[in-house]
Design a protein around this ligand. Sequence first.
Ligand SMILES: Cc1cc2nc3c(=O)[nH]c(=O)nc-3n(C[C@H](O)[C@H](O)[C@H](O)COP(=O)(O)OP(=O)(O)OC[C@H]3O[C@@H](n4cnc5c(N)ncnc54)[C@H](O)[C@@H]3O)c2cc1C
Length: 509
Amino acid sequence: MKKAIIIGAGIAGIASAVRLAVRGYAVEVFEANSFAGGKLSEFVLPAGEFSSQIPFYPSTPQPLNPSTHYRFDAGPSLFTMPEYVEDLFRLAGKKPEVHFEYLALDTICKYFYEDGTILHAYRDTQKFAQEVATQTTEKAETVLKFLRESKRKYDLTNEVFLQNSLHKLRNYFTWATVRGILGMPRLQVFTTMHKANARTFGDQRIVQLFNRYATYNGSNPYETPATLNIIPHLEFGIGAFFPKGGMYQITQSLVRLAENLGVQFHYNTKVQEILIEGKKAVGIKIGKDETHKADIIVSNMDIVGTYKKLLPALPAPKRLLEQPKSSSAIIFYWGIKKAFPALELHNIFFSANYEAEFKHIFQDKNLYEDNTVYINISSKESPTDAPEGCENWFVMINAPNNIGQDWDALIGQARQNIIQKLSRLLKTDIAPLIECEAILDPRSIESRTSSSQGALYGNSSNNKWAAFLRHANFSSRIKGLYFCGGSVHPGGGIPLSLLSAKIACDCIE
Ligand SMILES: Cc1cc2nc3c(=O)[nH]c(=O)nc-3n(C[C@H](O)[C@H](O)[C@H](O)COP(=O)(O)OP(=O)(O)OC[C@H]3O[C@@H](n4cnc5c(N)ncnc54)[C@H](O)[C@@H]3O)c2cc1C
């Protein structure tokens, strides 16, 4: 039986393990943390606990006391493209709905603007377009036309850029690629998302709403090509979902699936080196001298760390590794001792000056005084995530990636600004309602998951050639060495990380 070693139990590492186990490999996953999921993990906080960190392990006290404890998903909160999770169950011959349940959201997001406008982004596009027409000066038909165009862009790019390796010549001789090339003008590669949106919409609030989609892969709408206007189709065309029990269920259900297929997980086990003999990867080294042999190695560690730490003797592809990283984030996890019926599962409180906000994040590498604030409240769908009458707020702002800023000062200032903004817009003093707190910031994102500079999504897509400047899912120099996860092709976010696992495994002969 052939043996595969996976380095890292991030979502792409787990998905690779499932795929290889189904193909008959004996699979072992080595994970530095004491838990699976990497960014896609969870933790629990008791009322009364205030910490500048989040617990480094799932600290679920046994038994969890639902009258005093809050559960938080640590990282991703928005779930799109559930079919990529379901595919893994189907591959293993199991019915996905038996092992992983989720629901489709009718209200994708609720938007709050500084001028008092409130907009519901309904999944039903007619209803959403009508809401826009009622609350703003934009026409319903303009919104519907934009969403139809978003779908066309998605149909042109999905197979070429997302489903297959861009680094295998054979993938360029397909009908999908020809269609993609012929459709280039439609993809608007040479204009920015903001310019395209400002040409489409007359109302600045709607420009801002659709500009926000650049942040779904950590990019800047004022730099990223308008091709990224495919992203709204994912939400409005395909849907936004919520896994029953919270986002961490994605990790847990896939780990269970992998274990059922015989995959062995080794936690608290940091891989030190990938062993190479001749031009072939033959195993890994753990600690000083423990080695494990395998026929293939798949690294789910960030590609920068994979080269710098695990492959020190291999010349690194400098240009690819030095591509600008996506934005990072600061997250305040707050237990709030009050229910807010006016809030939904996903809520955005926009800044009044989006362009200034992004200039601070991407050019000045600091924070603007008025941040766009995202609040995710999983207890809206999963009531046991917070004590009765309370809510678990995941309060996130976009932040620059980590280049050694004075994060403690930035976090302190941001916390004050966010509390003021939310208190004003929700007409309630928020500060006294916070009964427990933990914080995640670019430094801790980097240290918990080895993500280069704490980037949420690997490289940014601010460059129009970004799709071609991500590392391939295989090594062209070392046989038997493959790469998956948000830092390699096709990019970050749960759906693309899952696709990276598929592409890496497809590349294995
Ligand atoms: C705050 C936040 C919010 C986000 N929001 C969303 C969202 O709403 N929707 C969405 O789709 N995506 C979101 N993302 C992005 C998404 O979480 C990531 O793109 C995705 O989870 C990356 O998965 P990955 O497979 O690359 O692994 P990672 O999650 O990066 O995990 C890599 C794993 O490898 C392990 N590892 C690294 N080096 C070693 C080593 N040497 N030895 C052993 N193990 C090692 C790490 O410990 C870690 O567990 C968010 C991310 C964050 C941080």
